[in-house]
Design a protein around this ligand. Structure first.
Ligand SMILES: [Zn+2]
Length: 443
């Protein structure tokens, strides 16, 4: 059984450690309520009518599979407020998901929704070591993005102090960390790496800071990356998961055993489906997460296709005592998947390979080209200042070992380009790992 790396604390044991049969009964009751709430929306009204669904015809959780799937495109089609099920006077907050393609998607919250959201965040924060006597620093952007505000009110619920630093300005972040003796930092894993680099460049050592815990979200990362960050900063890094279409952060998070993220099952019904057939996959098998929000009032979303690939586990009990289903870290999004010369490759696989090789920094950029009819895949990897040299034979040796690791995991040979330390672009938020130029004409 996995060991608990920090003291085991549970924010709401009455729900997190609930008897499973009891929880299923609660889920069914809430699912019916959610269908009632969704029935006022044109999108669901039409779908329910087509499928002959009403709340009183849902008699068990297995009936969930009879309900319609909701996609990002559906949300876009009803832009801006077509998925809002309450009167404007009941709304107290509106966020939006990042609109990388076209317009964003709005999500609304009632007073009860905000309470639910902060409670879900408080649960994973407490599971990952947060106590009321700590000082926390939020280095997520405060804005339309749900990360900043979601974590803010979760921390407030636990009763810890918050420094709302927001994203960017790494020098100032480090000054705050040091001077305010911050215990816990909230940011993306790639930003934690930036902070680690600057701390090192400033000559600060692990012991110079009070920093003990980090809660990472907002982007995909690997177990190898966790080890690297924990080693560089002398902290424990915990993973959490969520998405704005469902609520924001708070859908699931790790406990002190770190054997997967506990899903807040009393509020979210999570299915893992084969992305092609939409049939459920077996326990421990990879599939796409499809999530139904059970308690939300403003935007009662049903069976939302997240595009996130993960695995679900429920048979093995967790040593922390929580009885909820756990999910593995998200491997990638089905729409992040690169098809290179006919082979499916995820950026996380390249990252996993790179982390196995010494002498390079965890900063990389995959570039895809198609000069003729054949895909060309390049990966630019930053070297560490201490290994950066112009000795061709050493560089070739390093390139060979990188090629070996990447091709062993992905089955693809990349053109490996070692670049100078700090030469790849840094962002305050989500790291950009792929640039696909294959649709563009390059002469
Ligand atoms: Zn646990």
């Amino acid at each position: 059984m996995a060991e608990l790396i920090i003291p085991n604390r549970i924010y709401q044991p009455e729900f997190e450690c609930m008897d499973r049969a009891e929880r299923r009964a609660l889920q069914l009751k809430r699912l019916k309520e959610s269908i009632e709430r969704a029935s006022v929306l044109d999108f669901y009204k039409k779908k329910f009518k087509e499928l002959g669904i009403t709340a009183d015809k849902i008699n068990s959780l297995d009936d969930l599979r009879r309900l319609p799937i909701t996609t990002k495109q559906d949300l876009r089609d009803y832009y801006p407020f077509g998925f809002f099920a309450v009167d404007r006077s009941k709304l107290v907050r509106i966020h939006a998901s990042s609109g990388t393609t076209g317009k964003p998607t709005f999500v609304g919250y009632t007073k009860n929704d905000l309470d639910l959201w902060s409670t879900c965040c408080a649960r994973f924060l407490v599971a990952g070591g947060l106590t009321p006597d700590q000082v926390t620093q939020i280095a997520f952007g405060y804005g339309l993005f749900t990360g900043g505000f979601g974590l803010h009110y979760g921390i407030e619920k636990v009763g810890a102090a918050i420094i709302p630093a927001s994203s960017g300005n790494t020098q100032r972040q480090i000054m705050l960390l040091k001077d305010a003796k911050v215990d816990t930092v909230i940011c993306t894993p790639s930003y934690a790496l930036n902070i680690a680099e600057v701390i090192k460049a400033q000559g600060l050592k692990k012991g110079d800071l009070a920093w003990k815990f980090a809660h990472f979200g907002g982007e995909q990362w690997t177990e190898e990356m966790r080890l690297k960050i924990e080693d560089a900063l002398g902290i424990y890094a915990f993973n959490n998961y969520g998405l704005s279409e469902i609520i924001g952060p708070g859908v699931s998070g790790e406990c002190a055993a770190r054997t997967g993220m506990h899903i807040q099952e009393d509020h979210f019904l999570v299915e893992c489906l084969n992305p092609e057939t939409l049939e459920p996959v077996a326990e421990g098998e990879e599939g796409e997460l499809v999530i139904t929000a059970l308690s939300k009032e403003a935007c009662p979303i049903i069976r939302y296709r997240t595009r996130d690939l993960s695995k679900l586990f429920w048979s093995e009990p967790c040593p922390c005592g929580r009885t909820t289903m756990r999910m593995s870290r998200v491997k990638g999004r089905t729409d992040d998947m690169m098809i290179i010369r006919g082979v499916n490759v995820f950026p996380s696989q390249v990252e996993e390979a790179l982390m196995k090789v010494g002498g390079i920094a965890p900063h990389y950029l995959i570039e895809l080209y198609r000069p003729g009819n054949l895909d060309q895949a390049v990966v630019k990897i930053e070297m560490l200042p201490e290994t950066f040299s112009d000795k061709m034979d050493e560089l070739q040796k390093l390139k060979n070992s990188i090629d070996r690791e990447i091709s062993a995991i992905t089955g693809i040979h990349f053109d490996i380009q070692l670049v100078a330390p700090n030469s790849l672009e840094r962002t305050g938020g989500k790291a950009k790992h792929v640039a696909d130029y294959r649709g563009l004409k390059i002469d």
